[in-house]
Design a protein around this ligand. Structure first.
Ligand code: SAM
Ligand code: SF4
Length: 358
């Protein structure tokens, strides 16, 4: 069956990526993220998650990213990935709607060999592991660990083993099925830039360096804590020369190739070079609230459509279609415009990162 026409938002942007958060809790406490210690009271059930993803896929959200908080804390993760199989789009060019990709963003601490194999067998396509340092002290600092360098060393070992488990289970970094995310904050872990690049190069994994973003209200973000992506590229390129590959339409990362054949590097410049113009992402929290922007202060609670559709008077996919149709968010561009004109008035309250899922 041919897919219905995808809705366009107020700026002409089509739907693309659905980021579904499975929990707001985390087993780490990265100070740039500040996760909650509790989940919101009304978590979605597995059946509700499946209905949401199904409705989103019908609208044209073809790529699903499972996130959190820490999504591996959700013990039904493997079951959820397997249950999403029927939503896979036909890959026969018939134009039917469906999911083309299911990915996971995780800190990796709980990614055992067995879970990596189970996730692969269930149909997960890609894993991005987050790691912000290469030694115990920097990992402890960036992950908010109370136990200092020794605790950081223990987490680092688990995350490095997680990378081995993921590639052993078939998430092949050479095909982009395994990537590494690192948030870089000036004065906090900028000394880790070259070391992280070296670690990723040795393992043949693409490293994605993320500018510290002003998400949430409690991470102490200040403009001078942002190390601009261009500066990150300059520092790494001075050591291992790089050539630009650009940013794919609707993507968040600008990619670079190491000239010596050492693989790829990517930077996410949400602060210094915003990419709102072709943003195709919708975020749904673990309790079913849909946010049309990472920097939004409020979202639309979809539970009424999930739990008592007749009372809500409209179908779930109808509600999601109208939400997307009303969307006009371009917060990062507005922030950049205000900063460059010296008229900074944006001081909105934002939802927290671990609740939104990044
Ligand atoms: N716990 C998982 C993890 O850390 O990968 C998934 C959730 S986490 C919120 C998703 C991504 O957001 C991670 O790569 C994390 O580093 C990134 N992140 C969190 N807070 C951030 C911030 N203030 N600025 C930039 N990236 C941030
Ligand atoms: Fe947890 Fe990920 Fe937030 Fe770090 S970035 S506290 S690992 S949710």
């Amino acid at each position: 069956m041919a897919a219905p026409t995808p809705p366009l938002d107020q700026l002409g942007r089509p739907p693309g990526v659905l980021r579904l958060s499975l929990t707001a809790r985390c087993n780490l406490a990265c100070p740039y993220c500040c996760p909650d210690s509790h989940d919101p009271p009304e978590l979605l059930t597995q059946a509700e998650r499946l209905r949401l993803v199904g409705a989103a896929a019908e609208l044209g959200f073809s790529r699903l990213r499972l996130t959190g908080g820490e999504p591996l804390l959700h013990m039904g993760l493997e079951e959820l990935v397997a249950a999403l199989r029927p939503l896979r789009g036909a890959r026969d060019g018939s134009g039917s709607s469906g999911l083309s990709e299911i990915a996971l963003t995780t800190n990796g601490v709980l990614l055992s060999a067995e879970r990596a194999r189970e996730l692969r067998a269930a149909g997960l396509d890609r894993i991005t592991v987050s790691l912000d340092g290469t030694d115990g002290a920097s990992v402890a600092r960036m992950a908010g660990l109370a136990g200092g360098a020794m605790a950081g060393e223990a987490v680092l070992e688990k995350v490095l083993r997680a990378l081995d488990h993921a590639s052993g289970a078939g998430f092949d970094p050479a095909r982009g099925a395994l990537k590494l995310n690192a948030v870089i904050a000036r004065g906090r872990n900028e000394d880790q830039l070259l070391l992280l690049a070296e670690l990723a190069r040795q393992r043949g994994i693409e490293l994605r360096l993320i500018e510290f973003m002003d998400v949430g209200n409690r991470n102490g973000w200040q403009p001078d804590l942002v190390l601009p992506a261009a500066e990150m590229v300059r520092r790494i390129g001075a050591y291992w020369p790089l050539e630009p590959l650009g940013r794919q339409a609707h993507g968040t990362a600008s990619r670079w190739r190491y000239r010596d054949g050492g693989g790829h590097l990517a930077v996410v410049a949400s602060i210094s070079a915003p990419f709102c113009g072709d943003c195709d992402r919708l975020r749904i929290t673990a309790d079913g609230v849909a946010y049309t922007c990472l920097f939004a202060s409020s979202g639309l609670d979809l539970k009424p459509w999930l739990r008592s559709p007749s009372a809500a008077g409209e179908s779930l996919s109808g509600a999601m279609r109208s939400l997307w149709g009303r969307r006009h968010d371009r917060y990062s561009e507005e922030r950049a415009e205000e900063h460059s004109s010296g008229t900074v008035t944006i001081q909105r309250s934002h939802a927290e990162m671990a609740y939104l899922g990044g």
